[in-house]
Design a protein around this ligand. Structure first.
Ligand code: ATP
Ligand code: MG
Length: 377
C-alpha cells in the first residue's frame, strides 16, 4: 500500500512518546509503568513531591537512564537505546552543571565544539542563544562571577544553542530567590512562546506548575495521578492526592449522600448537613460515602442577609496576613479546623483570635470524591 504522510499523523502531533516506561534501581521502584504522549510545542510540567520519580522520568527521556521496561520515542523515532547526544534534546539539570572556571561563551559553546561545529557558526549560535536568554555581551564573564539567575540563563542558553526539538528542564528555578524566580518564570514562558519548543519542565512547586504549563502531569510514588491543563487540575482533581497537592484545600470529614428529589445534600456523622442544591451537577449515588474538599476561597463570613443553610459556627484560631488577602483558620465542632481566604486584612481586627464566627461553606466549587478511593485513579 502506498501510505501518504498526513499533517495529522501521530508523528506530527507528538514530539515525545513514553510508552509503558518503568525504572527500578534494585529494590527501589523509581518509576512504575508510565505512558505519556507529549504534544509538539507544548509546555508540559512534571509535578510531584520529592522522590516521586520526576528526575528519573526526565532522565529516561534524555537518555541518561535506560528504562527497565518500555520505550521512549522522539519525533517518531524509537530512541530507547540511543545515547543522549543523538536524541535532539537540550537539558538543564537540577544543579545547572556548568563549568565554573570557564567563560560564559565557552560553557555555551562546549557541546558545539564537541560536535566539531565550524568556528564561525559557533560564534553566531552562541551569541544568538545568549541574546535569547538576555545575556548578550556577557560571553567573556566567568561563570563563577555570575549571580544565580545569570547562571541559570547560561544553563538555558547551553540547552537551546543546538536548536533541539525538545527542551528538558529539571527544577531550573529552585535555587533562585522568590523575586528572581517569578521573573525567570515570565522569561521562560516568553522564551517558550517565542521559539515554540516542546518543553518538559520539572518542579515540586504547584504554584509554578499552575502558572507556567499547558498541561500538568501530577506524579506520586512513581505513578501518574492526573494529566490536565492547570485550570482543570485545580477545579477537577480526580483523587484525594491531587486535590490536596494542588492549591490549598480543606478536607471535610466523610459524609453520606442524601437525595430529596433533584436536590442533593451531604449528611455528616454528628448530624450536620450541607446542601449542594440542585444545580445539575452529577453527584455520587444516594447513601454513598464521600470525601468533600473545599477551597479556602469558598468559605466566607456568614452574612445575616445571606443564605441560612451551610452556615457553621466556630472560633477564630489565627490569621495569616498575605497582603492581598488573609488566611483565617477557624475551629468548628462539625468539621474541625478550616482555613478560609478573605480579601484584604480587615478581618484581623474585626475577628481577632478567640472570637466567635459564623462561616458559610459554598459547595459550588467543592471537589466531591467517593470516600476511601485510593490515590491512584
Ligand atoms: N541512582 C539511583 N539509585 C537508587 N535509587 C535512586 C537513584 N536515583 C533515584 N533513586 C530513587 O528513585 C526515586 C525517585 O527519584 P527521583 O530523583 O526521580 O525523584 P524526584 O521526583 O526527582 O525528587 P526530587 O524532587 O527530590 O528531585 C527516589 O526514591 C530515589 O531515592
Ligand atoms: Mg529531581
Amino acid at each position: 500500500m502506498n501510505a501518504q504522510p498526513t499533517i495529522n499523523s501521530e508523528h506530527d502531533d507528538f514530539s515525545v512518546k513514553i510508552d509503558k516506561a518503568a525504572k527500578n534501581y534494585g529494590e527501589v521502584v523509581a518509576v512504575k509503568q508510565v505512558s505519556l504522549p507529549i504534544r509538539r510545542g507544548e509546555f508540559l510540567t512534571l509535578l510531584g513531591p520529592s522522590g516521586c520519580g520526576k528526575t528519573t522520568l526526565l532522565n529516561m527521556i534524555a537518555g541518561f537512564e535506560a528504562p527497565t521496561a518500555g520505550t521512549i520515542s522522539i519525533n517518531g523515532r524509537d530512541v530507547t537505546n540511543v545515547p543522549p547526544h543523538l536524541r535532539d534534546i537540550g537539558m538543564v539539570f537540577q544543579n545547572y552543571a556548568l563549568f565554573p572556571h570557564m567563560s560564559v561563551f565557552d560553557n555555551v559553546a562546549f557541546g558545539l565544539r564537541m560536535r566539531k561545529v565550524e568556528k564561525q557558526k559557533i560564534a553566531r549560535d552562541v551569541e544568538a542563544a545568549l541574546d535569547m536568554v538576555k545575556l548578550s555581551g556577557m560571553g567573556d564573564r566567568r561563570v563563577k562571577q555570575l549571580s544565580g539567575g545569570q547562571q541559570q540563563r547560561v544553563a538555558l542558553a547551553r540547552a537551546i544553542v543546538f536548536e533541539p526539538s525538545v527542551l528538558l528542564l529539571d527544577e531550573p528555578l529552585s535555587a533562585l530567590d522568590k523575586n528572581l524566580r517569578t521573573q525567570m518564570q515570565f522569561e521562560l514562558k516568553e522564551l517558550h512562546q517565542k521559539i515554540g519548543l516542546t518543553t518538559v519542565f520539572v518542579t515540586h512547586d504547584q504554584g509554578e506548575a499552575l502558572s507556567m504549563s499547558d498541561r500538568i502531569v501530577v506524579m506520586s510514588k512513581g505513578e501518574i495521578q492526573q494529566i490536565s491543563p492547570p485550570l482543570e487540575l485545580y477545579s477537577r482533581p480526580v483523587n484525594s492526592f491531587v486535590a490536596s497537592f494542588i492549591g490549598e484545600i480543606n478536607q471535610l470529614p466523610v459524609a453520606r449522600v442524601k437525595r430529596n428529589g433533584a436536590a442533593t445534600a451531604f449528611a455528616f456523622k454528628d448530624g450536620q448537613v450541607l446542601d449542594a442544591g440542585a444545580d445539575g451537577r452529577v453527584f455520587p449515588d444516594a447513601e454513598t460515602e464521600v470525601s468533600i474538599f473545599v477551597r479556602p476561597e469558598s468559605i466566607t463570613i456568614a452574612d445575616t442577609d445571606g443564605p441560612a443553610n451551610n452556615v457553621v459556627g466556630g472560633t477564630v484560631v489565627s490569621h495569616i496576613y498575605q497582603g492581598t488577602h488573609t488566611v483565617t483558620r477557624v475551629e468548628t465542632a462539625a468539621f474541625g479546623q478550616l482555613d478560609m481566604r478573605v480579601g484584604g486584612g480587615q478581618i484581623i481586627d474585626q475577628k481577632p483570635a478567640g472570637s466567635a464566627i459564623n462561616i458559610h461553606i459554598s459547595l459550588e466549587n467543592a471537589v466531591i470524591l467517593k470516600a476511601g478511593a485510593s490515590s491512584k485513579i
